[in-house]
Design a protein around this ligand. Sequence first.
Ligand SMILES: C[S@@+](CC[C@H](N)C(=O)[O-])C[C@H]1O[C@@H](n2cnc3c(N)ncnc32)[C@H](O)[C@@H]1O
Length: 236
Amino acid sequence: MESTPETEIFRSMGKVLDFENFRLAPRFDTDAQSAFLRPNPKLAHALANSKAKGLPPISVLPLSGQYLSILAGIMGAKSVLEIGTLGGYSSICFAEVGAKVTGIEIDPKHRDVALENVDGLDVEILLGAALDVLPKLAEEGRQFDMVFIDADFDDQWEHFDWAVKLTRPKGCVFLDDVVVSMLKNEQTGEGGSDSILTQVGKDERVMATLVSTAATHPLIPTPALNGFIMAMVKDH
Ligand SMILES: C[S@@+](CC[C@H](N)C(=O)[O-])C[C@H]1O[C@@H](n2cnc3c(N)ncnc32)[C@H](O)[C@@H]1O
């Protein structure tokens, strides 16, 4: 590569640009968990009860849950719609910072365990496929400060489209697991094909960004590239 003042800046960064650094992600996560997280009996009980009842270990990880709490707290969110509730871990993250949570969950067993886990908090869980429930919420004229989408990968665009309709202007739509779903569906943008990024990008109702992450999970051996879309609804 030709040496210019611009390339020299990056060369001088040395170790910072080493791709192998990616392998350090789990260590940073562990350090951040012990630095930032406080004991939370409700969340601990939700994890233990969900495990005991045989739910899959796919709730948001504790630091991500805390991210969601911080976001909802900063927004002063009073109402959050969650598409994909599982055992209610992320519902608790929203409810504990003052939001009324409406969850949608397709699996009756997950919904029942979630109801046990959110006991005492302002959480309702609607049983059904999101694409059946979302139009009903729209018909009822429901509007939310924030919609968190964390369900099946195949309907991400349809869920996003409904989420925008159901979010108040200046509210937030958070679409999780965007990069892993693109990788899984081989939508890596080659050949200029459409992807969730281009679909959201064409949507004039929102201002959106992709937040890339190195996702670590106790059950996977190496960090995975992932990312979420965060969008602010401008208008409907
Ligand atoms: C990744 S888990 C959700 C985790 C949860 N948000 C948390 O962090 O605690 C995904 C959940 O979405 C549910 N789900 C999948 N497809 C769905 C759909 N089309 N409509 C409603 N729920 C769905 C699954 O049954 C599962 O419980």
